[in-house]
Design a binder for this molecule. Structure first.
Ligand code: HEM
Length: 442
């Protein structure tokens, strides 16, 4: 069977539409062509977009020998470095994942609860009450602070604040078009600025690696130290270059994603006062001395996080490339074609999520969804390595904020979903007016 139908507009037009309004583009294609469709895009070439859970399953369960990381991942190389997990393939990818997975799970992950607690409380202590504020940059301070302390273990707040600057400058200054169009990667103009900012972040990472090489790793539980102590099956350690590229990956993949998800969660709770009330009641019932493990287990808080990630996935799709023919329901994708499981469309399937545009956390209490229906962290062998960590952080931060404050919309403007650097995010951030709730500050 031939590939599913799709846009016939010139490649440049399709690419421009995708770049300008990714979610509108997906919705329009879906309305015209159905669950699966083809698109011709600059850099990616011919690509097949799938949102039928059966086809998503076929992609996520295909052998890594049959599917490689998509061109979308390769685009990130100048930013992250060639050793980044996001870019590795086959055996080197498997080997690196085995090494990097433990710090993001179980007890090791829970060791970051204190850092998440401190960063949230320190940041929100300075928030004004009764006046409009943009919460998104503040939530970014929390997420970045959390990731900096988790990966570098820097205890000193001042040093962490100084370390935030180059990372924010790198991301804020990044024009996503320069990643998509290699021709724009010149030694002058915006790309030269991005590269200078990347050098500043490299310097920060190199300093931390050097510090550990000098003083040793004893008593350190941060992610960089765990990576430096870890050994591949053959006993080899990670090279400094690989350490640096993975640190860049964690810093970039691990904070804008959390910032965006937290921003949308607060927005949805302000827009749905019944849900906010139910969450506050659940938090109040916890009692004053409840710790992070109690917050982590709260069912409604968990459902709020999952529903936020359903309605507002930070990546609209994930990207793979076929190495051999890939049979899917209704058609076969030839070798060397991009295949994109569309998170954004899969999360809006009426038969899976009735009233899909409605924010209704209860749906996650009523049933469980398969990993091919709810997939904000992608799936298969390349599923987000930070998934458990991100959900944990989201619950702890959101729980702490809703214990401490009542949030009201600052105006009637609904934030629009727009491309922001690598992710899609609420345009202009989320604005709110805060009132104290007087609850215990977990
Ligand atoms: C709400 C927060 C987050 C969301 C929604 C998210 C989402 C994603 C998605 C969709 C992918 C692509 C998966 C695929 O291709 O199937 C991904 C990959 C990845 N994420 Fe996350 N992420 C989040 C937080 C984090 C955090 C906190 C970290 C680490 C500190 C992280 C590190 C990574 C890495 C290293 C990969 C590449 C995995 C691989 O290729 O094997 N992410 N993430």
């Amino acid at each position: 069977m031939p590939l599913p139908p799709g846009c016939t507009q010139p490649m440049a037009v399709q690419t421009a539409r995708w770049m300008a309004r990714p979610t509108t583009f997906l919705r329009e294609c879906h309305d015209r062509f159905g669950d699966d469709f083809s698109v011709n895009m600059a850099i990616f070439g011919k690509a097949v977009f799938v949102s039928d859970p059966e086809n998503i399953k076929a992609v996520f369960t295909a052998s890594p020998e049959a599917l490689g990381p998509g061109t979308g991942n390769a685009m990130l190389m100048p930013l992250l470095g060639r050793h980044s997990l996001i870019l590795l393939d086959r055996q080197p990818h498997r080997r690196e994942r085995r090494l990097l997975t433990p710090p993001f799970h179980g007890e090791r992950m829970r060791a970051y609860a204190q850092v998440i607690h401190e960063s949230t409380q320190t940041t929100c202590a300075a928030w004004p009450l009764g006046q409009a504020m943009n919460l998104t940059p503040e939530l970014q301070n929390i997420s970045l602070d959390v990731i900096l302390s988790a990966v570098f273990g820097v205890a000193d707040l001042g040093r962490r604040a100084a370390a935030r600057r180059p990372v924010v400058a790198l991301l804020e200054g990044l024009n996503p078009l320069t990643l998509y169009v290699p021709f724009l990667q010149q030694s002058f103009g915006p790309w030269a600025k991005t590269m200078a900012e990347r050098r500043a972040v490299h310097a920060l990472v190199d300093e931390e690696i050097h510090d550990r090489r000098e003083r040793g790793l004893d008593g350190r539980s941060d992610i960089l130290s765990l990576m430096m102590a870890a050994r591949y099956e053959d006993g080899a350690e990670m090279s400094d270059e690989a350490l640096r590229d993975e640190m860049m990956t964690m810093l970039i993949a691990g904070h804008e994603t959390s910032t965006t998800s937290l921003s949308w969660a607060v927005w949805e709770l302000m827009d749905n006062p019944d849900a906010a009330e139910r969450l506050s009641a659940e938090l109040d019932a916890l009692g004053g001395d409840a710790g992070p493990e109690a917050l982590e287990r709260l069912p409604y808080l968990d459902a709020v996080c999952r529903e936020t990630l359903r309605l507002h996935p930070v990546l609209p799709l994930v990207s793979r490339i076929t190495r051999a023919e890939l049979p899917l329901r209704g058609f076969t994708v030839p070798a060397n074609v991009g295949v994109f499981p569309c998170i954004w469309l899969a999360h809006r399937r009426e038969e899976v999520f009735p009233e899909p545009e409605r924010f209704r956390p209860e749906r996650f209490l009523e049933r469980t969804y398969s990993p091919f229906e709810w997939l904000p962290f992608g799936g298969g062998a390349r599923r987000c390595i930070g998934m458990a960590f991100a959900l944990y952080e989201m619950k702890l931060v959101l729980g702490a904020l809703f214990r401490r404050f009542h949030f009201k919309k600052a105006d009637d403007k609904t934030p629009q979903t727009r491309r922001k650097h690598i992710t899609i995010a609420p345009s202009g951030g989320v604005r709110a007016v805060l009132a104290a709730r007087g609850g215990p500050h977990v």
